[in-house]
Design a protein around this ligand. Structure first.
Ligand code: SF4
Length: 351
């Protein structure tokens, strides 16, 4: 079997893209295209690129332009920091490099908006220098082909991918190879439903062999959300249960809920706040409710109150809700769930 780069180059000769408007030996045009392509697909970029370079055909023209005009020509592409960085870098190149695009990696990487992979791509595509790239497409191809597990945002995973990218980059035909690996990622080794059947490196692709291509590269791990806990009191008197309206601001603002009894036992709370004596009580299984920024574990405690319950004690913002009636207003989602369970258990008990 031929090596990875040779197979990719053969494929590129037959199927690669060779007529993109920035496939010219002009580092300025390559640079503009690479910045536009950072977050945007080729088909979207082409008309923007053509308008941009028609108005700003070289570094000097771009450096002299007003920022508003640069942003105007970027309008619709999004991620406007890219345009601002491009403009700032053009001014710097005019002032420090005689409006010529540098050919050494250190200077290129020092320009605003240019990271390691973008610098490598510009130098490989415009000057034919041998540098490995690791843009989103190359990352996906390499992670799958070698089955490199883990999220590429992690330093050790990134280091493995960069080392692999370096090993795979050939000494000859670097410009074509760079375009080829980007094309393979964009057209065949796509994020979803890749066209492995037509892939030139399928024979030794480890993710393909394992049948779990879409598991690579791993996505960013979700941050663990903080967990909060609360106890909700389902205080029952005859056929009614106590609900409280929550304060207007904060979680479930203005909705009806069971009282939260944190800081007191359910018995103490009933005695102090209703006031009534608690009789039998029962803990229900904890239910978890997820908010955007935290999870809430709710321990429902059902308490059957003893004796006559002073309905007159209904304070502002509390109600004895009869389970057969319609709710007094909006209910917090887990409260609705608990009320349904309460109704079901009562129906079962009543036979
Ligand atoms: S075989 Fe499939 S997963 Fe592997 S590199 Fe080719 S397109 Fe990507």
């Amino acid at each position: 079997m031929a090596d990875f780069a040779s197979r990719l180059l053969d494929w590129f000769d037959r199927h690669g893209r060779k007529d993109l408007p920035w496939q010219v030996p002009d580092p300025y045009l390559v640079w503009v295209s690479e910045i536009m392509l950072q977050q945007t697909q080729v088909a979207t970029v082409i008309p923007y690129f053509q308008r941009f370079v028609a108005r700003f055909p070289d570094i000097d023209t771009l450096a002299r332009a007003h920022a508003d005009e640069v942003l105007d020509l970027w309008s619709g592409l999004g991620y406007y920091a890219r345009a601002r960085n491009l403009h700032a870098a053009a001014k710097r190149l005019r002032d420090e490099q005689g409006a010529r695009f540098p050919a050494d990696r250190e200077t290129v990487e020092s320009l605003p908006g240019i990271g390691r992979s973008t610098a490598a791509a510009i130098l490989a595509l415009a000057f034919g220098q041998r540098h490995a790239i690791l843009d989103g497409n190359a990352k996906r191809v390499l992670a799958r082909h070698a089955a490199i597990a883990g999220w590429p945002g992690k330093a050790d995973v990134a280091a493995r991918l960069w080392a692999l990218a370096e090993r795979r980059t050939p000494a000859a035909r670097v410009t074509d190879y760079t375009q080829a690996i980007m094309d393979l990622g964009a057209t065949l080794c796509t994020r979803r439903r890749p066209g492995c059947g037509r892939c030139p490196v399928r024979e030794d692709c480890r993710a393909f062999a394992a049948g779990n291509v879409e598991a690579y590269p791993a996505s960013k791990p979700k941050k663990d959300k903080p967990l909060r806990r609360t106890t909700m009191l389902l205080a029952i008197a005859g056929d009614a249960v106590l609900l409280e309206r929550r304060p207007p601001a904060g979680v479930w603002g203005g909705l009806w809920s069971f009282p939260e009894v944190d800081g007191a036992t359910p018995d103490e709370w009933c005695r102090d706040r209703i006031p009534a004596a608690a009789g039998t009580s029962e803990r229900w299984p904890v239910i978890r409710h997820s908010f955007t920024h935290f999870d809430l574990d709710i321990l429902p405690v059902v308490v059957h109150l003893r004796g006559q319950v002073p309905r007159a004690a209904e304070a502002e913002g509390t109600v004895w809700y009869r389970l057969d009636d319609s709710p007094p207003g909006g209910l917090a989602a887990p409260v609705k769930r608990l009320l349904d369970t309460l109704k079901e258990s009562r129906n079962v008990a009543n036979g």
